[in-house]
Design a protein around this ligand. Structure first.
Ligand code: SAH
Length: 570
C-alpha cells in the first residue's frame, strides 16, 4: 500500500520532534483505513498532537519513509494534555506546547537538549545524563497552570481584516496571514492599550497598513517593550516611509493612555524583506531608551538592541553563567556576543577585567553607557564579529583570557572563533546557548580540542514554546584531552564520546525501538560503508579467505538508513 495525501490514519503519538510536533509510527498503527501492509516503521509528523495522544491524522505530504499529517481528531487524549489557556494556541505559530502540562514541557526541553548533545555532539547518553543538572523552569502564573505574561517585548504586524478594518495579531504558522489578537497571553497587559490607541488613531486618520503582497501601505509593525523592574514602556512603529501623519497627536494619546509610557519613536523600513526593523529610528517623544534592572544592575535599551525577552529567567541564566565562570576577582574574562553588555557587567563585578564583543554598534553604545550607568570601570567593549575581533586581538596584541563566556545567536559560534578560543587556552569556557543543536556541534569541536564538558543545565525562558536556553561549563582540565579520553573509555568502553555520530549500540537500539528489527554491527558497517562513512573496525573482512559474508537484507538496510538519518550522520 502506498501512503498518499489525504489518507487518514489512526496513530499513537510516541515522541515530540524538535518543533513540538507529535511523532508516531505506523507500525504501532491501530487501524489504517485501507490496511497496514508495508507500513511498518513509517513515521508520521503530526502538528498539534502530543505524546500519549491517539489521533486520527490526515496525510498532507508523503515522503519515502515519513509523512507530514494534520491532526483531524484526538481519539484518546494524552494524560499530559491540558486546556490551552489561549484560544489562538493552535492557529498562532507562537506556542507549540501550550496544550502540554508545564511539567512535561520542561521534561521535553530537557530531553531535547540531551538528545542533541548525544546525537550531534557525539557524547554518550550516560555521560550527558551524568553531567546535566536538573532543568530550571519558571513558576506558573496563578490560575493558568503554566507561566504566562513573561515576555517584555512584542512585535505586532499590522494588516487589514476581511471587512477592511485595520487589524493586528500574529502571523499564523509560517504564513503572512494575521490571526487577530491584541492581548497575547505571553505579553504584558499594556500591549492591548497601546494597540487599541495606535489602531484607532490609524483608522481615524486613514493610515493604511503595509500589504505584504503589494508592498504598499505605511504601517508595518508595532514594537512594544517594557522594563519589568521599572515599568517603563517603549513603543516604536515600523513604517514603510519617513513619517506618520500627525505623529504628535498619537504621541499625546499614547502618553495619556499608557501607564509607564517613556519612549515613542518610529523606525523606517522600506525593504521588502522579513526583517522587522530598518536601520533608522527617529524619536518622537520621551526618551530614546527605556531602562530595566536585572540582578541589581540597570540596563538601558534602545529599540534595535538585543535584550533577553524573559527577565525572570534571564536573571537565572546570568546567575548560572556567573556561577560556572567561578570568578574570584582576579580573572581576565571575555564575553563574546555580548549584546548590550548584560552578562559582561554581571561578570565584571567579580572579575579583574571583562572584554565584551558584539556586532551591532548601537548595542555596544548601550553596553558602554550601561557600564558607566552602573559605575563599572573594568568592562571594555569592542564592535565587530567575534570571529574577527578575537583572533585579531589575540594575534596582534597577545591578549589572554582566564575565562571565556559565549552567548551566540542560533547559528552558534563560527569555527574561527572556536579555534581562537582553544588556542587562548582559558581555564574555563561558559557556553550560553539558545539552540542546543548548534551548541552540541560546538561542544563537539571544543571537546575534540582538549576541553572537558563539566556540567550544564537547561533553563526554560520560553514556556509554551519549544525554545530553551542551555548553559554549559567546559574546563581545560589538568591533563587536558588525555584525561577526557580516559574518562570516556572507562565509562562507555566503546569511546562513543568522540565517535562521529551515533555508536553501533545507539544505532541498534534505535532500529530495534523503531522497527522491532535486530541488526548486527556487520550490517551497520555495510550500510555505513555504502554511505561513504568512515569506520573504525571493518566488519566486512572475514577471517577466512573465502568465507561468505552475509549481506544486509533490504528491509534492515532501510531501517539502518533511517537511523543514520536520525542521527544526522547522512
Ligand atoms: N549576551 C547578550 C546577547 C546574546 S544574543 C544577552 O544576553 O543579552 C546574541 C548577540 O550576538 C546579539 O546581540 C547579536 O547582535 C550578536 N551577534 C551576532 N553575530 C555576531 C558575531 N558574529 N559576532 C559578535 N556578535 C554577534
Amino acid at each position: 500500500m502506498k501512503i498518499q495525501k489525504n489518507q487518514i490514519y489512526t496513530v499513537r503519538i510516541t515522541d515530540l520532534g524538535a518543533d513540538g510536533e507529535g511523532i508516531g509510527h505506523l507500525e504501532e498503527l491501530c487501524t489504517a483505513q485501507d490496511g497496514k501492509e508495508g507500513a511498518n516503521g513509517y513515521t508520521l509528523f503530526v502538528k498539534d498532537a502530543l505524546i500519549g495522544d491517539v489521533v486520527r491524522a490526515r496525510i498532507v505530504k508523503a515522503k519515502k519513509g515519513y509523512a507530514y499529517a494534520r491532526l483531524e481528531e484526538i481519539l484518546t487524549p494524552s494524560p499530559d494534555r491540558v486546556e490551552a489557556p489561549c484560544p489562538y494556541a493552535r492557529q498562532c505559530g507562537g506556542c507549540q506546547l501550550q496544550a502540554l502540562s508545564y511539567e512535561k514541557q520542561l521534561a521535553f526541553k530537557d530531553r531535547k537538549v540531551k538528545n542533541n548533545l548525544v546525537r550531534i555532539g557525539g557524547f554518550s547518553p550516560e555521560f550527558i545524563e551524568r553531567i546535566m543538572e536538573p532543568p530550571t523552569g519558571m513558576d506558573p502564573t496563578p490560575g493558568l497552570g503554566a507561566p504566562f505574561r513573561y515576555r517584555n517585548k512584542a512585535q505586532f504586524p499590522v494588516g487589514r481584516g476581511r471587512d477592511g478594518r485595520l487589524i493586528t495579531g500574529f502571523y499564523a504558522g509560517r504564513t503572512h496571514s494575521i490571526i487577530e489578537n491584541r492581548d497575547c497571553l505571553l505579553g504584558v497587559k499594556e500591549n492591548e492599550t497601546v494597540l487599541n490607541t495606535v489602531l484607532s488613531f490609524a483608522q481615524e486618520k486613514g493610515i493604511d497598513a503595509y500589504d505584504e503582497k503589494t508592498k504598499q501601505g505605511l504601517l508595518r509593525h508595532v514594537l512594544i517593550r517594557k522594563g519589568f523592574a521599572t515599568g517603563q514602556i517603549m513603543v516604536c512603529l515600523v513604517l514603510n516611509g519617513p513619517r506618520l501623519p500627525e505623529e504628535e497627536v498619537l504621541a499625546d494619546r499614547l502618553f495619556a493612555a499608557v501607564p509607564g509610557m517613556t519612549s515613542f519613536s518610529v523606525n523606517i523600513n522600506r525593504e521588502a524583506t522579513n526583517v522587522i526593523l530598518g536601520e533608522k529610528t527617529r524619536l518622537i517623544r520621551g526618551k530614546e531608551r527605556i531602562e530595566d534592572q536585572i540582578g541589581g544592575l540597570t540596563f538601558s535599551i534602545s529599540p534595535r538592541s538585543f535584550y533577553q525577552v524573559n527577565p525572570v529567567q534571564t536573571e537565572r541564566i546570568y546567575a548560572q553563567a556567573l556561577e560556572y565562570a567561578g570568578l574570584t576577582g582576579r580573572e581576565t574574562v571575555w564575553d563574546l556576543y555580548c549584546g548590550i553588555g548584560t552578562i559582561s557587567l554581571f561578570l565584571a563585578r567579580k572579575a579583574k577585567d571583562v572584554y565584551g564583543v558584539e556586532i551591532v554598534p548601537e548595542a555596544i553604545d548601550d553596553a558602554k553607557k550601561n557600564a558607566e550607568r552602573n559605575g563599572i570601570s573594568n568592562a571594555h567593549f569592542y564592535v565587530g564579529k567575534a570571529e574577527e575581533v578575537l583572533p585579531q586581538k589575540y594575534e596582534a596584541e597577545g591578549i589572554s583570557a582566564d575565562v571565556i563566556v559565549v552567548d551566540p545567536p542560533r547559528k552558534g559560534c563560527d569555527e574561527a572563533c572556536l579555534s581562537t578560543m582553544v588556542r587562548m587556552r582559558p581555564e574555563r569556557i561558559v557556553y550560553v546557548s539558545c539552540d542546543s543543536a548548534t551548541l552540541a556541534r560546538d561542544l563537539k569541536y571544543l571537546a575534540g580540542n582538549g576541553y572537558e564538558v563539566v556540567k550544564g543545565r537547561a533553563i526554560d525562558n520560553f514556556p509554551g514554546g519549544v525554545h530553551v536556553e542551555t548553559v554549559v561549563l567546559l574546563s581545560k582540565g589538568e591533563i587536558d584531552s588525555k584525561k577526557v579520553r580516559v574518562e570516556f573509555s572507562l565509562e562507555d568502553m566503546d569511546m562513543s564520546g568522540f565517535q562521529k555520530g551515533a555508536t553501533y549500540e545507539q544505532i541498534k537500539a534505535y532500529v530495534l525501538e523503531h522497527t522491532g528489527l535486530k541488526v548486527s554491527s556487520l550490517y551497520i558497517s555495510q550500510i555505513k560503508r555504502k554511505c561513504g562513512l568512515d569506520m573504525g573496525q571493518n566488519y566486512n573482512l572475514s577471517k577466512k579467505e573465502d568465507a561468505k559474508v552475509p549481506q544486509c537484507p533490504p528491509k534492515k538496510e532501510a531501517a539502518i538508513m533511517k537511523a543514520l538519518k536520525y542521527f544526522q550522520m547522512i
